[in-house]
Design a protein around this ligand. Sequence first.
Ligand SMILES: O=P(O)(O)OC[C@H]1O[C@H](OP(=O)(O)OP(=O)(O)O)[C@H](O)[C@@H]1O
Ligand SMILES: NC(=O)CC[C@H](N)C(=O)O
Ligand code: SF4
Ligand SMILES: [Mg+2]
Length: 507
Amino acid sequence: MAGIQIFSSFTEKPHVLSSHSSSSFTKHQHFPVNFKTNISKPLKFQSNISCDYKPTLNSASSDKNFNETDDKLREECGVVGIYGDPEASRLCYLALHALQHRGQEGAGIVTVHENILKSVTGLGLVSEVFNESKLDHLHGNLSIGHVRYSTSGSSSALKNIQPFVASYRFGSVGIAHNGNLVNYNLLRNFLEEKGSIFNTTSDTEVILHLIAKSKARPFILRIIDTCEKFQGAYSMVFITEDKLVAVRDPYGFRPLVMGRRSNGAYVFASETCALDLVDATFEREVYPGEVIVVEKDLSIQSFCLMPRRDRKACVFEHIYFSLPNSIVFGLSVYQARREFGEILAMESPAEYDFVIAVPDSGVVAALGYALEAGKSFEQGLIRSHYLKLAPVKAVIEGKKVVVVDDSIVRGTTSKKIVRLLKEAGAKEVHMRIASPTMKYPCYYGVDIPDSSKLISNQLSVEEELRVSIGADSLAFLPLEKLKNVMGEGYCYACFDGKYPVLPQPIE
Ligand SMILES: O=P(O)(O)OC[C@H]1O[C@H](OP(=O)(O)OP(=O)(O)O)[C@H](O)[C@@H]1O
Ligand SMILES: NC(=O)CC[C@H](N)C(=O)O
Ligand code: SF4
Ligand SMILES: [Mg+2]
């Protein structure tokens, strides 16, 4: 982190969690709410530096829902929220670095100082958006941040980069959202018919409109009231002049964890790797359907969204998205990937000399494959910053190799890998994929393309797929084996088409 120092206070004592144990939380109506209800003083929102928050007219239907412009498997988004540390924005900046793999289109941080929400957002990587002087503008002990990969709304528009901030009659609110609202079009149409003017083409903006329109009091009940209108995936953090709120949808599609620093500051983040980077200790997950509010004195309260649902956490977090050093949905990503590789070795053996991986996300499954098969693991492909992937000829030439990747989406990578390995002199290439055949799109925050672009949907017979990729053999992790390892509480919809909640068409 060039040129940035962190000055953290370790003088405050950690606060004990207020009314709730970490293992139980209640429906909001039953919770003994004890709020200051006098929140009527409107406070100013200060738009600054790179935050382009100028109202423009946009139509929901004028924009894409899913990106179709390139052939890369797109990731999703990362969120962070910190309350109680004088260097909150700098810690957010670090956490966003840790979450950079979740989104590279844009990044932003919002901080509260003297009751004013200040925002810096920009297109590109965290290191491109922020510098020392921009972080200097973001004083305060309360901050949220976001890295974006769009699922709804243009990916290249600065106005779509989160966190979003808005003022309404009772104050200001900022939001950072990971997920995708499947009833977004309906909600937006409804709001536009009632006269709402939208500033962005992102689904996330409807959340702010609905909060402003809600009749519920106090603020936290506005959030709850609003969230209960959403369908789909949302792990979000909100910021107000004096509160940090973390919310996870009732299915718990996307991850969200809570940690604490030694000075008592609360940290919420998409993955535990972000907690590690800011020296926060993992406390627990935000539960599916839970709303946690952190107040100025760092007391917290927990509420439960209705209706309750059975958890359907995204299994693709373990297969591909999350970093291997993260614990996601209570399960180590590293351990899960290694087990996928081990099962693949048992299910789909081959005659070969050694195992190689498609870096980066295929590495751990490849290790598992090699360990289970009792074969050596070699670095037959390297990834550099400048060349995407390059074969190591000295390793590959004249050899029969098993090459393990985490997934096949459009098939572009696999075709290229097999060609590269053969050109480098590989005698045989046996492709092994540490996930099942992906046949259906995702509606919950991952920009998986529609079925017509998913090679496993188009070429349903494995032999056709193998020929198309050019491998000597091809095998996937069987879906029932993946389900055995991960269990009931996961969404497998991109593999089996069983969607927990379907997108709602515009009426
Ligand atoms: O079938 P395709 O459409 O080519 O997509 C599949 C590939 O995309 C991902 O890798 P990616 O290169 O995006 O990034 P990574 O470095 O995280 O593996 C994934 O790990 C596969 O290798
Ligand atoms: N991938 C995501 O989580 C995206 C969040 C939000 N739907 C957006 O498009 O900005
Ligand atoms: S459809 Fe696939 S990528 Fe989307 S939430 Fe479900 S498992 Fe994850
Ligand atoms: Mg890859």
